[in-house]
Design a protein around this ligand. Structure first.
Ligand code: PLP
Length: 307
């Protein structure tokens, strides 16, 4: 196994570390056949995990919610994730952990009999927005596609029920926008494909409180806002309020705080990222240096697995 094969990313499956290009799951795993799986994504910046504890805690909660057993505790998962990053040598990485249902014995449809499978991988960091979009702001569309209701699939546990998000995204891309926001049945925006949404409206920072995943980046934004003395409101956010907001931004592990300067046909904040958004972007990256949130990876002593 050469280092160059590992530089593109490293996966851990069924107890083995392997190059990302060689990692695969069995066709008959319900994780593939039924989207029956959960996952979480934590980032590595400058060789350190950002808020790993929060991601592990959410991952364990998501597993419990879907009755999936990863078979590893948070300390063991930390070791696996660290080893994936260490073997890859990546200093900026997108690190995913997950658990699939696996498959019940042939002839059975009883999910309780399936042997769940933990997996993890570290790949080069994946941004949710291009450099230009991060500077100038994204154009998002509010889709007519309704997010799958919480009474059907609990949105607070990470899952792969993404057809609504993907169809909404395709519609938005076809219409020339950069990304999409979905609404609930009352027409309130809830979230987009892998991110939460915020706006500055009437002097406060507003973000939905229901119908969406509680992003760790969302939590970071709320904590940053409070530490900066900015008012925060967690409540329903009608699409019309978003279109008329002074500022709009997204939050995701795929890049932190991401400015939005156009919602449908409405320019936001005169078409460039506003002061609150800019301050939060800056604070987000500053907080990466805080030891309370940052856990360094020890890259020393990586044995060549082929040796
Ligand atoms: C992961 C995810 C987010 C963002 O969560 P972060 O922890 O901030 O990365 C938002 N919405 C959905 C549907 C997600 O899957």
């Amino acid at each position: 196994m050469s280092d160059s094969q590992f530089a593109a990313g490293v996966a851990y499956m069924r107890g083995q570390y392997q190059p990302i290009a060689e990692a695969s799951i069995p066709l008959t795993d319900w994780g593939f056949l039924r989207s029956d799986a959960t996952y979480d994504v934590v980032t590595v910046w400058s060789g350190s995990f950002f808020r790993l504890d929060a991601h592990l805690e959410r991952f364990m909660r998501s597993c419990a919610r879907w009755r999936l057993d990863p078979g590893l505790n948070p300390e063991q998962i930390t070791e696996v994730l660290s080893q994936c990053v260490r073997l890859s040598g990546l200093r900026a990485s997108y690190v995913e952990m997950g658990c699939t249902r696996g498959q019940p014995p042939w002839g059975s449809r009883d999910p309780r009999l399936a042997v769940n499978q933990f997996f993890a991988f570290a790949v080069p960091f994946v941004w949710l927005a291009t450099e230009r979009q991060r500077e100038e702001g994204l154009h998002v569309m509010v889709s007519s596609v309704q997010r799958i209701p919480p009474s059907s699939v609990d949105p607070t546990a990470k899952n792969y029920h993404w057809n609504d998000l993907t169809m909404g995204l395709l519609g938005a891309l076809d219409a020339g926008a950069d990304s999409v926001l979905l609404v609930d049945r009352h027409g309130n925006v809830v979230e987009g494909p892998g991110f939460n949404v915020f706006c500055v409206s009437g002097g406060a920072i507003v973000t939905p409180d229901q119908g969406m995943l509680e992003g760790i980046s969302r939590r970071t934004v709320i904590e940053m806002a409070r530490s900066l003395g900015l008012a925060v409101q967690l409540r329903a956010l009608p699409a019309d309020e978003l279109r008329c907001a002074q500022e709009v931004f997204l939050s995701s592990s795929g890049g932190g705080v991401l400015p939005v300067t156009r919602v449908d046909q409405s320019a936001i904040g005169g078409g460039s990222p506003g002061p609150v958004t800019r301050q939060l972007v800056q604070t987000y990256w500053e907080w990466h240096g805080d030891p309370a949130y940052s856990r360094p990876i020890n890259y020393a002593g990586v044995a060549d697995p082929a040796a």
